[in-house]
Ligand binder design. Structure first.
Ligand SMILES: [Zn+2]
Length: 331
């Protein structure tokens, strides 16, 4: 979707603006499929020759409060890269709600692309396609149900697999022959782009601007705290495997709170474990309340007491306590 003018050699110094007619044509050819491989993508039907529907999404989706700077620039420390196109960039970022809040960072072929934020890799496509590297995309799910989307990667360069947990600043892949990285944050349920801010970008509330060059910071996360959290996580996994759920949950919850900053692979995994255990606990609460409904109040009470003991600090604990209160009221 956003192809740079062929042969433009000063791309890295500052993007040459693509004429609107050319942009519209490119949109027709590639429109909306920048994030190709996204079957749920909704804007893949470019209208050849039609001007982009400029401004359709701008007014209503303009943020009222600036986003928190949760992201680090997606390339290794201290390296400068120019921002060719910013949010709502006229060249191609008006091409649909998946792209409105995107950035294009100029990169030569084969330069390293790193994670902007910790999360779980949910989509990897580096196989290339008939249109080349523009189809290659990696998507990372963050803890707040947003995706980081990295597009135009080099064919065959992915260093991660679906299911991997990644830190901020981890090597993802290399940049492809579009000579820029297209980065955007999506709201996971709707797959629409949303505002995002980078902690290294000190002006404009952390939002990179077109024609400026940005340097990433390093390191992103104190390695000691990550190592300590990883050791604690191992112990918690062991406790969980042995059925010591209370001890495991205490550790998991501590990790989710202790690892601060933008990074945190252990934190992601701990949060995942807490979610799973909470879900299991909630299912047991449902089973216990069914038991109570069928007349076995003592059995239900015993089960609920066990849930309170085992799932401390989670929603399952509070749900079990509510059920217990309801049971004693009914008595
Ligand atoms: Zn782009």
């Amino acid at each position: 979707m956003e192809r740079l003018p062929a042969g433009a050699s000063e791309e890295r110094a500052g993007r040459k603006r693509i004429s609107l007619g050319l942009a519209a044509l490119l949109l027709g050819l590639f429109g909306g499929i920048a994030v190709a491989g996204e079957r749920s993508g909704t804007d893949g039907k470019g209208n050849a020759g039609a001007a982009p529907a400029a401004g359709t999404a701008t007014a209503e989706s303009a943020p009222t409060t600036p986003p928190k700077p949760l992201y680090c620039l997606p390339w290794p420390g201290s390296v400068p890269h120019p921002c060719y196109q910013g949010n709502f960039g006229k060249a191609t970022h008006l091409s649909g709600q998946q792209n409105n809040y995107a950035w294009d960072f100029g990169m030569n072929l084969g330069e390293p692309v790193t994670t902007a934020r910790a999360g779980k890799v949910v989509h990897v496509d580096d196989k290339g396609g008939k249109e080349g590297d523009k189809e290659n995309t990696i998507r990372v799910l963050h803890e707040d149900r947003t995706y980081g989307v990295y597009a135009h990667l080099k064919t065959g360069s992915a260093k991660v697999q679906v299911g991997d947990f990644v830190e901020a600043g981890e090597l993802l892949a290399s940049s492809g022959d579009m000579h820029h990285l297209h980065f955007v944050v999506w709201d996971a349920p709707t797959m629409k782009s949303i505002p995002a801010a980078f902690f290294e970008v000190k002006e404009n509330a952390g939002v990179p601007q077109e024609k400026r060059t940005y340097k990433s910071a390093a390191p992103r996360v104190a390695p000691e705290s990550v190592r300590a959290a990883a050791a604690l996580l191992d112990r918690a996994d062991g406790d969980r495997a042995k059925g010591r759920l209370d001890a495991a949950l205490r550790a998991y919850l501590a990790i989710t709170k202790a690892t601060t900053g933008v990074g945190g692979n252990p934190r992601e995994r701990a949060r995942h474990a807490v979610d799973e255990l909470t879900q299991a606990g909630l299912e047991q609460v449902t089973a216990a309340s069914a038991k109570a409904s069928s007349g076995d109040a003592p059995g239900a009470r015993k089960a609920l007491d066990a849930i309170v003991r085992n799932y401390r600090g989670t929603d399952a604990e509070s749900a079990a306590k509510r059920e217990l209160a309801a049971l004693s009221k009914a008595r």
